[in-house]
Design a protein around this ligand. Structure first.
Ligand code: PLP
Length: 616
């Protein structure tokens, strides 16, 4: 097999340009060098609960764009038969968890290849389920969900693909063996021999480098082995995206555990090659050492990552969201009328500047009605459509500081008395093992009861893809209050932008790039790192009371102008079509961008407005 990406000839892109759905048996034979994308979680659709948060949503959006743009990609993740969980919240704000039941058997196709990995000296059988992400032009990206729940396996091993981010360190490391090593081997068993790039979405899949290295070694005669040369070859094939801006967030395992799970021989191999500094296996460092291209997920995050790992040239590709998935039906309909090319090429959303403001307000009013109807159905609570409504939905973790905006109730009451009533809608799950996260939910709900009718605070249970779409499109303002610089990127504000919902946010992650004061939204506080709680709180209440609420209540056209600016400047840019093109241009190699090439080597897509839509 070729470890490198073959040169650009129209010939080897032809099979791809014909847009045939890839078949397992002939995936290698087609000769298209594919990109294999590995992620611990992927949000495929609401009915498949194999994701916990932003990382999985990003992975899903990346694949949706790859399918739309016709990129030759395959993806690997774990099947998580136990799902994540369904969240309910009682009157005291206690989170209750029930399993989110689903069966791969009911929604996915089994593949007829299998492989094995070695865990604690046991041979573990790995099978897989296939999900096809379908693109707008009919191209598909196959996703393989690895599964160890086979009767042949030891009971401990059967459970390895049950829980997402569950269990102890041993469980996590064993899962990462299944994902990284099992994933590479399963792709081979399926006939995917011609993979040009292996993309690790966060460090969880870094053990794929070990599987690839072992493949390379098997292809060489022992006497011709040159370790540095092999490492160079490996690095040429690997791309790594880091998502974690703080050292404690990186996955690392002690030597004893590594030896127990991977075996002493592999552990010793990693050690002698300098891949276990300080006697630990740090997945971020392993991925860094074995990749020729590494990036953070926003410009600031790249900077922060370089400071954390100064030996490595870490670049930035700012995250995006899949526009078609996260744009609500009323705005889809609006864009279809005025900017029909937006679905295929999100850059055209810039042209929304020519759409009349009343159309923007009308589409938003419809989205707000849809959200409020869903909330009424879920909770029985009727919200007021004429009121300024803020949204805050994200995983309940400490750095996101969900309760910040409620933390000075008297001041908030004064703001509201002066500038008009407020509705605040919260949502978000705490990880079942995260007591601090659960306490955040309790505190928000406790605070909520301290306000009278002028500040109506509501917590919607069970935040998931569906609520993500409803909330980011149906509120008037999207709020984010992370502790700088902990928000590597954040993506929910990008979903809001596609729906004309301006952000009101601390300057962190993507918002440093997306913020234009009074043009795309408003900042909370200054662009400075660290805990600036009191100045941020002052800025929050001050702008809410003197700028945002007065604009909303007294100057709807002025407010609509900001909505439109949000779409034009941020919707057109912070999407995964742009993001994926950046990966192609910077990380994968241009020869893997075949969407404009047909068998004759001529672009077949017409770029004239309204013409040349490629169906779907
Ligand atoms: C978009 C989304 C996220 C990620 O949003 P952040 O802004 O990064 O917190 C998490 N969960 C769900 C369900 C989402 O839709």
């Amino acid at each position: 097999m070729s470890g490198e990406i073959a040169g650009t000839t129209a010939g080897h892109l032809a099979g791809f340009a014909a847009q045939e759905a890839p078949r397992e048996q002939d995936a290698g034979a087609a000769g298209v060098p594919r990109i294999a994308y590995f992620s611990m979680e992927i949000a495929l659709e609401p009915a498949i609960p194999t994701y916990a948060g932003g990382l999985g949503i990003l992975a899903g959006d990346m694949l949706r764009s790859a399918a739309d743009l016709g990129l030759p990609m395959v993806a690997v993740t774990l099947a998580y038969r136990g799902g994540y969980f369904e969240q309910r919240i009682d009157d005291e704000g206690r989170q209750m968890e029930t399993p989110s039941a689903w069966s791969p058997e009911n929604v996915l196709q089994p593949v007829d290849a299998r492989t094995t990995v070695s865990i604690e000296g046991r041979r573990v059988q790995v099978c897989a389920w296939r999900y096809d992400v379908a693109g707008i032009g009919g191209h598909t990206v196959p996703v393989y969900l690895l599964d160890t729940a086979l009767p042949e396996n030891d009971e401990r091993d059967r459970a390895l693909t049950e829980r997402i981010y569950g269990g102890d360190r041993r469980y996590r490391l064993a899962q990462e063996v299944v994902l990284g090593m099992g994933g590479v081997r399963l792709l081979r068993a399926l006939g995917h021999t011609n993979i040009g790039k292996f993309h690790m979405n966060e460090g969880h899949s870094a053990l794929l480098t070990v599987a690839l290295f072992e493949e390379q070694m098997r292809e060489r005669l022992p006497e011709s082995l040159d370790f540095l040369e092999e490492l160079r070859r490996l690095r040429q094939r690997c791309v790594f995206t880091t998502h974690t801006p703080i050292p404690a967030g990186h996955d690392a395992f002690d030597r004893d555990l590594v030896s127990q799970v991977l075996g002493e021989k592999r552990t010793h191999g990693l050690e002698t090659r300098g891949l276990m500094p300080q006697g630990r296996l740090n997945m971020t460092e392993l991925a860094l050492a074995c990749s020729h291209y590494v990036n953070g997920v926003a410009m600031r995050h790249g900077e922060v990552s370089r400071a954390m790992f100064p030996r490595f040239a870490i670049r930035s590709i700012t995250n995006g969201v899949h526009a078609r998935t996260w744009t609500c039906p009323p705005f889809q309909e609006l864009y279809d009328r005025f900017i029909p090319e937006w679905r295929r090429d999100n850059l055209y959303l810039r042209c929304v500047l020519g759409v009349p403001l009343h159309e923007i307000l009308k589409a938003h009013a419809a989205a707000k009605r849809t959200l409020f109807a869903a909330i009424r159905a879920e909770t029985g609570v009727a919200l007021d459509e004429s009121r300024l409504t803020l949204g805050f939905a994200r995983r309940a973790v400490a750095y996101k500081r969900a309760e910040l905006m409620l933390s000075d109730p008297e001041r908030l009451k004064r703001v509201v008395k002066r500038s008009g009533p407020l509705q605040i809608i919260y949502a978000g799950k705490a990880h079942p093992a995260d007591e601090e996260g659960k306490a955040i939910i309790r505190r928000v709900i406790e605070r909520a009861s301290q306000f009278d009718d002028d500040v109506h605070v509501l917590y919607i249970p069970n935040y998931d893809m569906r609520w993500g779409q409803l909330l980011t499109s149906g509120v008037d303002i999207w709020v984010n209050t992370p502790l700088q610089p902990h928000e590597a990127s954040g993506t929910s504000g990008m979903k809001a932008a596609l729906n004309g919902v301006p952000s009101f946010s601390v300057l962190d992650g993507w918002w440093i790039e997306g913020h234009g004061e009074g043009i795309t939204g408003w900042s909370i506080g200054e662009d400075s790192r660290g805990d600036n709680r009191s100045s941020e709180l002052a800025s929050l209440y001050n702008k809410l009371g003197t700028v945002i609420a007065p604009l909303f209540y007294a100057k709807p056209a002025g407010f609509a102008e900001v909505m439109r600016g949000t779409i034009a400047f941020n919707g057109s840019f912070f999407n995964t079509h742009r993001m994926l093109n950046q990966y192609v241009q910077n990380a994968y190699g241009l020869e893997l961008l075949p969407s404009l090439v047909t068998e004759s080597g001529v672009a077949e897509i017409s770029l004239s407005p309204g013409g040349g839509r490629s169906g779907g």
